[in-house]
Design a protein around this ligand. Structure first.
Ligand SMILES: [Zn+2]
Length: 101
């Protein structure tokens, strides 16, 4: 089942990035978690862009959504927006626009 395999690879990749962040944080309790997260994000973006390089066929339909730098960035931002909105941490109880009774 291709879909199941892709799903589990997706989950495993996401889980391992989080585990790496936790490992780095455990190694140095002084480190700022934002620095770890920024480094993880930089590496993930690098990997994502690496995988989205279009092939040599300028008319390739599969590569059409990512066949310019601007299209790749738009696709990346669209994915980032969707994944952020799906995250359990998207909303915080401390958000300043959360109503307090
Ligand atoms: Zn292609």
């Amino acid at each position: 089942m291709v879909a199941e395999t892709e799903h589990s690879v997706f989950d495993e990749a996401a889980d391992q990035v989080i585990e790496l962040g936790n490992r780095l944080a455990d190694k140095d309790p002084q480190v700022h978690l934002w620095d770890i997260a920024d480094g993880l994000l930089a590496g993930v973006i690098q990997y994502w862009l690496y995988t989205r390089q279009p092939c040599e066929d300028p008319d390739c339909e599969e590569c059409a959504p990512v066949n310019t730098a601007e299209r790749r960035l738009a696709a990346l931002l669209q994915d980032a927006q969707r994944l952020a909105a799906e995250s359990e941490y998207y909303h915080s109880p401390n958000d300043i626009n959360v109503g307090r009774a």
